[in-house]
Design a protein around this ligand. Structure first.
Ligand code: NAD
Length: 449
């Protein structure tokens, strides 16, 4: 059992704290957001993450997990302090490190015993050295400490599973001892543990996210070409994915990537490269392709509905991906903006993200169910591939709509099924419908209005 301070109780910090407590450690999590801490002290979670409420409740009850706004309390007995504060994009694409700086200063002022500071936030290469400098400069009296980078790879929506079963644990440090101590904390996870230097560990996180984003933009580019040539990108991805050199994951064509990580991390890596005089041409293309996705989808809606002025468009799903309420950089936000600009009236439905989304989309009417969303709608746009959308009563949906138009930004449905049900349907890069004739591109198979 170790004593651990976790700094920040957002998606990463709360999961990290709850999971380390579940492994038998004593965790005191600190956050500057008094509302979040007060809620957690009463058992209310500030975020939606499947299974997290139960893990938090279990460990609070066992006395292994507590929440505070006081750095003094959080650091009093701590052997480790995990920094898990946000690192959003600044206006020029660089990572905004104000929260990391504030957390480092607070650690320096409140630590009372030797400490290993472990950085879980995604931070530009060189930040670990900078954090060490900040702590050194702000300590009222010198107390030994070291900084280890431990980038987080969990995915929202399956965060607990990912934390407990990581594909790898990457640790970066210039000192062997502290890196090994952090490694020991992770031994129970039975994952490969890689120890490298600080800057390399920080880079591994950016390179990993940039690679995944590149896969998404790659398959979206292929989808565009499929659309033009009449091939089916879903089948293309399946055929590619069997090749172990390529892999089947992250080859889903759609609305493009969003969320709190990929957009800012690709932009930050491109910024770091440009800042050092390099020309990150591939990263630029990845971002450009992603940015175009939303407009391309609006064009698909217009192609099926015509002039969008006064038309009612329903957004099926709002969160940036299923099983989360996170709306940061959700593609639905940009899509809503573009559809509104084109004159459409918007409605939306999402199983969990509507409370958060309502603050960001005040002009969008929130529907209680997918069926009320469909009532009198001229088009539905699938923005998020929530499981509950996979088996909707589509006949009921079609019957409720003013025009039976579905633009499927996540390729959730099969074109042939949708056509059979009487929809005018477009997926992303879907080529022919299954019952189509060779040589006739998909657009020719749309059912007549
Ligand atoms: P978040 O916005 O959900 O949570 C950040 C928390 O830090 C908030 O509760 C905020 O109040 C708190 N905070 C801010 N300043 C503080 C301070 N000085 N002291 C104490 N608390 C403070 O952020 P997140 O999504 O958990 O991301 C955290 C980091 O982890 C980011 O760098 C992100 O890139 C990285 N990351 C996120 C994910 C993800 O899926 N969300 C995955 C991997 C890595």
């Amino acid at each position: 059992m170790k004593d651990i301070s976790v700094i920040g109780v957002g998606y990463v910090g709360l999961v990290t704290g709850a999971c380390f407590a579940d492994l038998g450690n004593r965790v005191v999590a600190v956050d500057i957001d008094a509302g979040r801490i007060a809620g957690l002290q009463q058992g209310q979670l500030p975020i939606y993450e499947p299974g997290l409420k139960e893990v938090v409740a279990r460990n609070v009850a066992a006395g292994r997990l507590s929440f505070t706004t006081s750095y003094t309390s959080s650091l009093q007995n701590a052997d480790f302090a995990f920094i898990a504060v946000a690192t959003p994009a600044s206006v020029d694409g660089d990572a905004d490190l104000q929260y990391v700086q504030a957390a480092s200063e607070s650690i320096a002022r409140n630590m009372v015993r030797p400490l290993i500071v472990v950085n879980k936030s995604t931070v530009p290469v060189g930040t670990g050295d900078w954090v060490a400098e900040i702590i050194r400069a702000n300590q009222p009296r010198p107390i030994p400490f070291s900084v280890v980078s431990c980038p987080e790879f969990l995915r929202e929506g399956s965060a607990i599973l990912d934390f407990m079963n990581p594909a790898r644990v990457v640790l970066g440090s210039l000192e062997e001892g502290p890196a090994h101590q952090v490694a020991e904390l992770h031994l129970a996870l039975r994952a490969p543990i890689m120890i490298t230097d600080l800057r390399t560990a920080e880079m591994i996180k950016y390179a990993s996210n940039a690679f995944l984003a590149t896969k998404i933009s790659f398959i979206n580019e292929i989808a565009n070409i499929c659309e033009a040539l009449g091939a089916d990108v879903k089948e293309v991805a399946r055929g590619m994915g069997y090749d172990p050199r390529i892999g089947a994951h992250f080859l889903e064509a759609g609305l493009g990537y969003g969320g709190s990580c990929f957009p800012k991390d690709v932009a930050a890596l491109a910024f770091m490269a440009a800042d050092k005089g390099r020309h990150p041409a591939l990263l630029q293309a990845v971002m450009d392709i992603n940015a175009d996705r939303r407009q391309e989808l609006v064009d698909q809606v217009s192609a099926l509905v015509g002039d969008l002025h006064g038309r009612v468009v329903g957004l099926l799903g709002l969160s940036f991906k299923p099983n989360t309420d996170d709306m940061r950089e959700a593609p639905s936000l940009e899509l809503a903006r573009l559809l509104t600009e084109a004159g459409a009236r918007l409605r939306a439905y999402d199983p969990v993200a509507m409370p958060r989304a309502a603050e960001l989309l005040p002009d969008v009417e929130m529907a209680e169910t997918p069926y009320t969303l469909a009532e009198g709608a001229d088009a539905l746009v699938v923005c998020t591939e929530w499981n509950e959308f996979k088996q909707l009563d589509l006949e009921r949906i079609r019957g409720a709509m003013r025009q039976p138009v579905v633009v499927d930004g996540r390729n959730l449905y099969e074109p042939a099924d949708m056509l059979r049900l009487g929809f005018r349907y477009r997926g992303i890069g879907r080529g022919y419908g299954r019952d189509s004739h060779p040589g006739v591109p998909a657009a020719a198979h749309e059912a007549a209005p």
